[in-house]
Design a protein around this ligand. Structure first.
Ligand SMILES: CC(C)(COP(=O)(O)OP(=O)(O)OC[C@H]1O[C@@H](n2cnc3c(N)ncnc32)[C@H](O)[C@@H]1OP(=O)(O)O)[C@@H](O)C(=O)NCCC(=O)NCCS
Length: 169
C-alpha cells in the first residue's frame, strides 16, 4: 500500500535515514518535547537508530515541505494497544509552528487511514497544559470524550490530559 500523501503544502512519506538531521532539530528541542512521552535526543545516531526501529504498522510519516523537501515534523496513525481504534500523534519543528501545518498533516493522516486501511475510529489526546495540540485535535473533527493522564516513558512526569474520539461513517 502506498504511503505517500500529498496535501496543499506538504508531502507525507515514511521517514528514511537521510532525514535524521532534520528530525534532530525538533527531537532535541526541550520546548517541543515538553509534553511528549519520549526523552530528548542527544545526537544524530540516536535519531538514526529510532528511524531504523520503526515498523511498517506504526504508520509514521515524515511531514516534508513540498517547496524545499525539508522535513519539518512527523506523525503517526497506528492501532492502539487496548482497542481497535487508531491513535493519532504529531510533532513539529518549532520554527514552523502556527502556520497550520500540524492540522494539515493530521487531517491527511486520518483521511489516509480511512481510505487505505478502512479505519473508522480514531483517538487523540493532549496534555491540558498544551492547548495548541487540543486545537489541532478539534480542528480534525474530534469530540472530547474524557479526562485522563499521559506519562513520560521514563516515568519522570505525568500530565493531566484530555482524550478525544472521532468516528467516521
Ligand atoms: C501541537 C503542534 C503540533 C501544533 O503545530 P502547529 O502546526 O503550530 O499547529 P496548527 O498551526 O495546525 O494549529 C495550532 C492551533 O493552535 C493554536 N495555538 C498555537 N499555540 C497555542 C497556544 N500556546 N495556546 C493556544 N492555542 C495555540 C494556533 O493558533 C492554531 O489554532 P488556529 O488555527 O485556530 O489559530 C506543535 O505546537 C508542536 O509540535 N508541539 C510540540 C509537540 C506536541 O505537543 N505534539 C502533540 C502532542 S499531543
Amino acid at each position: 500500500m502506498e504511503k505517500i500523501i500529498r496535501t496543499e503544502r506538504l508531502l507525507l512519506r515514511p521517514l528514511v535515514q537521510s532525514d535524521a538531521e532534520d528530525v534532530f532539530e525538533w527531537v532535541s528541542d526541550p520546548v517541543v518535547n515538553r509534553y511528549l512521552p519520549y526523552s530528548l535526543y542527544k545526537n544524530i545516531p540516536q535519531v538514526e537508530a529510532w528511524i531504523a526501529s520503526l515498523k511498517d504498522e506504526e504508520n509514521v510519516f515524515a511531514f516534508c515541505l513540498k517547496d524545499t523537501g525539508k522535513v519539518i515534523g512527523s506523525g503517526d496513525v497506528s492501532q492502539n494497544r487496548t482497542d481497535s481504534a487508531y491513535g493519532l500523534g504529531y510533532n513539529l519543528n518549532r520554527a514552523y509552528w502556527g502556520k497550520g501545518y500540524a492540522t494539515e498533516a493530521a487531517k491527511a493522516m486520518i483521511q489516509w487511514a480511512y481510505t487505505s486501511l478502512g479505519v473508522r475510529d480514531f483517538t487523540a489526546q493532549h496534555a491540558n497544559a498544551n492547548p495548541a495540540s487540543g486545537n489541532v485535535i478539534r480542528k480534525c473533527g474530534f469530540q472530547f470524550d474524557h479526562y485522563g493522564q499521559c506519562s513520560r516513558f521514563d516515568g519522570s512526569e505525568t500530565f493531566e490530559a484530555s482524550c478525544y474520539t472521532l468516528h467516521l461513517l
